[in-house]
Design a protein around this ligand. Sequence first.
Ligand SMILES: C[S@@+](CC[C@H](N)C(=O)[O-])C[C@H]1O[C@@H](n2cnc3c(N)ncnc32)[C@H](O)[C@@H]1O
Length: 262
Amino acid sequence: MNRNGSIFDTTAAGFERHRSLPNEVVEAIRPAIRAAVHLPDHAYVLDLGAGTGRMSRSFIAAGDFYLGVDSSFAMLREFSDRPEIRQAKSYLLAQVEGRCLPFANAAFDLVLLMQVLSGAGNWREMLEETRRVLRPGGTIAVGHTVSSESGMDAQLKRQLAAILEEMQVPWHKPRESRQKALGWLESVAVRHVHREAGSWKVMTSADEFMSRRRTGARFAALPGAVQEQALERLHRWAEAEFGSIGSKLEEQRSFELDIFEF
Ligand SMILES: C[S@@+](CC[C@H](N)C(=O)[O-])C[C@H]1O[C@@H](n2cnc3c(N)ncnc32)[C@H](O)[C@@H]1O
């Protein structure tokens, strides 16, 4: 086990609290994929970037052969501490780098990439490896949470990116990275289906956004002084924009699936 090295290691403990998904949305992912493509009753499933394992339950409960892999030891430790995982018998977990998968060609019916592509600067290498381990006719399912473009969260994300750019801090562009990765998958897949696994409403505030940002793997990896300065400037901007950083606004979120058949 490599206990060092992933930017997710420092944020694993609070990951699900800060990036919560309604249970019914998580549970809807497996049926939504199976309604879109043909898969065997008990499929060989690779969950790449499995994180703390919240996607695993429905696959394990339905009798799929589930293998969760992640490069972060701390995320996998959270995963193996899940009560339902402690009781489950038919699953495997491994600390693995997604660009170099230690599996045979054509080993899996389905590869899940749930909320992984946006943060993966190395998406092309990861997707080529994913295709190699996928059997002919198999499926890659990409999932991510979408917030309304005009909502508070999206505005704060844009503003933070602008502040970091002004501060000349190299910052990733998650949306562009995901779009490029999806475009590449579309160009090599036989079929592409888009589905919404579910939508929900949240009450959110700038204050909550800033607390969540501190626990975001990439932001938390910046030098402490840079984080503080960027958040101070964002704080001032949010007060001017929303009246108070504690002001709560309702916004819509959805969990979107891009399902590619090969
Ligand atoms: C935002 S979390 C999503 C976790 C989970 N799929 C979910 O939706 O709850 C992204 C996960 O992908 C993992 N990850 C990112 N890049 C990776 C790579 N190159 N190889 C393996 N895992 C990776 C991170 O360690 C992290 O646990």
